[in-house]
Write a protein that binds this ligand. Structure first.
Ligand code: FAD
Length: 343
């Protein structure tokens, strides 16, 4: 089944989220896709608790607070959210674009907004022979269903929040749980580190630090053990049914590079009147775009989203005159925002 939409936004970082709002003000209800399971892009992936001081009119907010507010601001426009899906294909067709995600969900969009930032975030992978062979069966970079680890011998590699949170969650349900970290200090929240040390004192988990995985024991195509190199260069073999790896996420331009867009050093060239790419009907906003004087700042993305929305409106409703209206005084904008005139 194809989802038909006037506007499809690729990327739910601050640029993509504000694009919903700007389109919504013009009466356009978009769909939005992100490869991450949560909206927010770099703000929530890289600095959710860190302060931002240069959002106009907001003297201070954290990365997460900004995203929460952008989500709230976009709420009246009821965009279709498709999270945890990577857009792999964008192909021009008569009157629009066919867009396909990695799970083969298909859209037909009259206009497309690429708000892909520095690319889609992908888990950093381990480089060990045969790792790819067991990826998705016994080697995982994210937990989809915690119950699959019940009663299993689980090894977790990593020292950040994801590794620690999952170690804490899975230790009580796994047969054994071993957390292996290459440094002697953890990067994650101290309270979680304390909780896991407590689980270790109860015999429910084991922590091995300053150690790295050096090999996978695979028999008949199945993982049975993991070799870990200890600080004294000794190798310890851990029997294992499941391996979870949390080495962080790295952005990759990924599929965007293959859609026929004019790419300039991992960014997409646009004009500064409409923020349209070399393909009419495809716009690019936020960190992904490039033009003379571009600054990769959130406030630049907001301006770009406003102008791109006006340009898209002219494609979606050709011939219709679009007047600039103020949210303060325009009854039609109040109606779209779902607010009373004097609110
Ligand atoms: P992103 O936030 O990168 O979001 C892009 C989204 O697109 C991602 O979620 C990604 O998963 C998704 N995506 C990409 N490709 C695909 C695909 N093919 N399919 C599906 N989804 C895809 N800026 C400021 O203005 N002020 C600051 O104080 C500030 N502080 C910062 C601090 C740090 C530590 C960092 C790293 C950046 C900071 N920035 C700051 C920069 C700011 O975060 C970026 O300018 C902003 O996030 C760009 O927004 P975006 O929506 O364009 O891209």
């Amino acid at each position: 089944m194809t989802i038909n939409t006037d506007a499809l936004i690729i990327g739910a970082g601050p640029a993509g989220l504000f694009q919903i709002f700007e389109l919504g003000l013009l009466g356009i209800k978009p769909d939005i896709i992100d490869s991450l399971p949560e909206p927010g892009g770099q703000c929530t992936e890289l600095y959710p608790d860190k302060p931002i001081y240069d959002i106009p009119g907001i003297p201070y907010c954290t990365g997460q607070e900004l995203i929460d507010n952008l989500m709230k601001q976009a709420e009246p426009f009821e965009a279709g959210f498709h999270l945890g899906e990577e857009v792999v294909q964008v192909t021009p067709e008569d009157g629009g674009f066919r867009v396909v995600t990695h799970i083969d969900k298909e859209f037909f969009a009259k206009t497309v907004f690429v708000a892909g930032g520095v690319g889609s975030f992908q888990p950093r992978k381990i480089r060990l022979p045969q790792a790819e062979e067991i990826e998705g069966t016994q080697l995982h970079y994210r937990v989809r269903d915690p119950s699959r680890f019940d009663g299993k011998r689980v090894v977790i590699l990593g020292g950040g929040d994801s590794a620690l949170d999952w170690a804490q969650d899975l230790a009580p349900r796994a047969a054994t749980l071993t957390l292996v970290h290459r440094r002697d200090e953890f990067r994650g929240a101290p309270a979680t580190v304390d909780a896991i040390r407590h689980l270790e004192s109860e015999g429910k988990a084991e922590i091995i630090t300053s150690a790295t995985a050096s090999g996978l024991g695979i028999e008949d195509g199945r993982l049975v053990a993991i070799d870990v190199k200890l600080p004294n260069d000794e190798i310890r073999t851990l029997e294992a049914d499941e391996l979870l790896i949390f080495f962080g996420l790295a952005p990759k331009l990924g599929p965007i590079a293959h859609w026929g867009l004019d790419i300039n050093r991992k960014t997409v060239n646009v004009d500064t009147e409409k923020f349209e790419t070399n393909i009419p009907g495809i716009f690019a906003i936020g960190d992904i775009n490039s033009y003379p004087g571009k600054k990769k700042l959130i406030l630049s993305a907001f301006h770009e989203a406003a102008l791109a929305a006006f340009a898209a409106k002219a494609i979606i409703e050709p011939g219709k005159k679009v007047h600039l209206q103020y949210t303060t005084t325009s009854p039609i904008m109040h109606e779209r925002l779902g607010v009373e005139a004097d609110e």
